[in-house]
Design a protein around this ligand. Sequence first.
Ligand SMILES: [Zn+2]
Length: 159
Amino acid sequence: MSEQHQSTRKCGYCLTERHWTWTGERLRDGSKIFVDDLQRRWAGKRCPICERRRVQATIECPSFEKFHVTKALAEAGYEVRNQTPPLQAHRDGVAYPVVIRHATLEQGKVVLESPLPEAEDQVCVLVFQSVRVVPAKQMSNLRLKETATSSMIDAPPVV
Ligand SMILES: [Zn+2]
């Protein structure tokens, strides 16, 4: 069976049958480049839509943040087994999709950067953003603690 003559393929992730056309080009490693009807690229068995979702989730969850999210979930009794976003939290034999939202506190109220999805079978993690200005002369007073995974500094005094 020749790949070139197939026009659709079932995505290995969302299991949806989608357009799958060889562009005639190859990647540097020799693998063929397949696109859908809108010229969006397939990533192996992952369809362009799933690939876009994966990339988006990666952008939304950088490794530093992922470390803290995983740690917070463990403290709440969940186990995160996958290392690539979107994360899944396991508890009592059930896997829940992890929804991460950046949040800020404004006048005592939690404000989310974007609304949460409607689904109920998910675990929501809020990552609070705060910004502090530390004058250079105060930086020299901060103690730097090295840990296995990150560098932490003591919270600077509020100016
Ligand atoms: Zn897909």
